[in-house]
Design a protein around this ligand. Structure first.
Ligand SMILES: Cc1cc2nc3c(=O)[nH]c(=O)nc-3n(C[C@H](O)[C@H](O)[C@H](O)COP(=O)(O)OP(=O)(O)OC[C@H]3O[C@@H](n4cnc5c(N)ncnc54)[C@H](O)[C@@H]3O)c2cc1C
Length: 457
């Protein structure tokens, strides 16, 4: 069978690329070995957010008296983990079915099986050979299991889990040690801590969320600690012995025990099936330019596989760019405006430069901060923890970055993304009338602060 475009991997990178190429009139094949929707729909973005919602409801019920609701016998309230998993599975199933439907509606031929690339124009799936003009690689990544003594054994015994296994574990452990302090580690720490699990988080560097705006990362770290999460920084993991993690902290050997240990130390690109292509890669993934082209003509690499950003929305955006280029339209991706989100309580969402990054790039920086505690909707909802920081260039007030820590921050960041996409200034944002009462008013207030003063602070 001959196709205009073959896409290997049906995650948010691959399936979106398939739809785009089909919409542009291409004859398209998508090959998926496991589950349509990839990590994001099945074991990542969506299942974690479904469970975080369960945790949030539990948390809110426990503080029902704050909202004037009496009569809830707190000692009778229990977390039913299997039922939480069932709800999560239902959500996942519905979305995966939706993607299947989209494949059919767009006339995409879906091949279920492991795809092995023979050369840039040929891919084997089982015993079928498919031919194409252009090939888009979207095989994602898999969890990295570092070379630490005892780790492989503990993984085989089921003591160490990756996020995939955690999302189907039969019962909640009493204590969980999390190896790593990145976004995924923090989201699981939030989830498990809220559900009553004793959580210890071991982070190698001197703070968690090293890629996040520093004041927000520190505020969240303190908040997690205040809620009982044990955060150990500068922890150098030396060995796993059964369910103990041996670490060296400030030159001292310490051991942490968990019923389970979550591995969240990063991922490695899925290169299996791509070996016959002489693809240029580095330790993050396959090297591509901003058109998603690899070093081999007619072969594109998108999503986690190219290691630029490990985010589903980036994978999808790259999928659209790669599909457009494969179908003969020149497109590229602007990596300066990539939102990133942390679904902690409260959430953190960012786009663009931090103050430090902007200064390092030579901008004359103005920073305006506005607290949630001065926002009517936040107070009305009893969710006043957090703040927004807008980073702008002094000359014209051009917005260089926006960082929001707030409940629903992840839904609010898109305003900042669009402002930056349109090369908007703080004047534009301040002048744009924001509805009242909304949390989004904090962004408008911070924009006023860039030019002078916020109105309500
Ligand atoms: C716990 C967790 C939470 C996350 N939360 C978020 C979040 O909230 N927001 C966010 O933006 N990102 C989140 N991510 C990251 C997000 O899941 C990834 O960035 C995204 O899935 C990458 O998409 P992709 O299409 O590049 O790869 P993947 O989703 O990994 O898909 C790759 C697909 O390729 C298939 N495949 C691989 N090799 C072959 C082969 N040879 N033949 C056939 N098929 C093959 C795989 O089976 C897989 O389905 C999270 C990740 C995890 C682990």
């Amino acid at each position: 069978m001959k196709y205009d475009v073959i896409i290997l991997g049906g995650g948010p990178g691959g399936y979106v690329a398939a739809i785009k190429a089909a919409q542009m009139g291409g004859k398209v094949a998508l090959i998926e070995k496991e589950a349509l929707g990839g990590v994001c729909l099945n074991w990542g973005c969506i299942p974690t957010k479904a469970l975080l919602k369960n945790a949030r409801v539990y948390h809110d019920i426990l503080r029902s008296e704050f909202y004037g609701i009496e009569g809830i016998e707190k000692d009778k309230i229990k977390v039913n983990w299997p039922q939480m998993l069932q709800r999560k599975d239902k959500v996942v199933k519905r979305l995966v079915m939706g993607v299947e439907g989209l494949m059919k509606k767009n006339g995409i031929d879906l091949y279920r099986g492991f795809g092995e690339v023979i050369d840039p124009q040929h891919v084997m799936v089982g015993n079928q050979q498919l031919e194409c003009s252009k090939l888009i690689l979207a095989t994602g990544t898999k969890p990295m299991i570092p070379n630490i003594p005892g780790i492989k054994e503990a993984y085989e015994e089921g003591i160490i889990l990756t996020s995939k296994e955690l999302l189907s574990m039969e019962r909640l452990p009493e204590a969980m040690v999390i190896l790593g302090g990145g976004v995924i580690a923090v989201e699981f720490a939030t989830l498990l801590n809220t559900l009553g699990v004793e959580v210890t988080l071991l982070q190698r560097s001197d703070r968690i969320l090293s890629g996040t705006e520093e004041e927000m990362a520190k505020t969240l770290s303190k908040h997690l600690t205040d809620n009982g999460v044990k955060i150990i920084t500068k922890a150098d993991i030396k060995a796993i012995e059964g369910n103990h993690v041996k670490v060296v902290v400030n030159g001292e050997e310490v051991s942490f025990k968990g019923d389970r240990i979550l591995l969240s130390l990063g991922t490695r690109p899925n290169m299996k099936g791509l070996e016959r292509l002489a693809l240029e890669s580095n330790n993050r993934g396959i090297i591509t330019n901003d058109k998603m082209e690899t070093n081999i003509e007619g072969v594109y690499a998108i999503g986690d596989l190219n290691g630029k950003y490990m985010l589903a929305h980036v994978a999808s955006a790259e999928g659209i760019v790669a599909a457009s280029n494969a179908m003969g339209k020149a497109e590229s991706l602007n990596y300066k405006i990539i939102p990133s989100c942390i679904y902690s309580f409260p959430e953190i969402a960012s786009v663009g430069l931090t103050e430090e990054e902007a200064r390092a790039q030579g901008y004359h920086v103005v920073v305006s901060k506005f607290p949630l505690s001065a926002n009517g909707k936040a107070l009305a909802e009893g969710e006043s923890m957090g703040f927004v920081k807008v980073v702008a260039d002094q000359k014209y007030g051009e917005i260089l970055g926006t960082h929001i820590m707030a409940v629903h921050a992840t839904d609010m960041i898109s305003e900042a993304v669009i402002s930056m996409e349109l090369e908007g200034t703080a004047h534009d944002v301040a002048r744009a009338i924001h509805p009242h009462p909304t949390l989004s008013e904090i962004v408008m207030e911070a924009a006023h602060g860039i030019m002078g003063k916020p109105i309500h602070f």
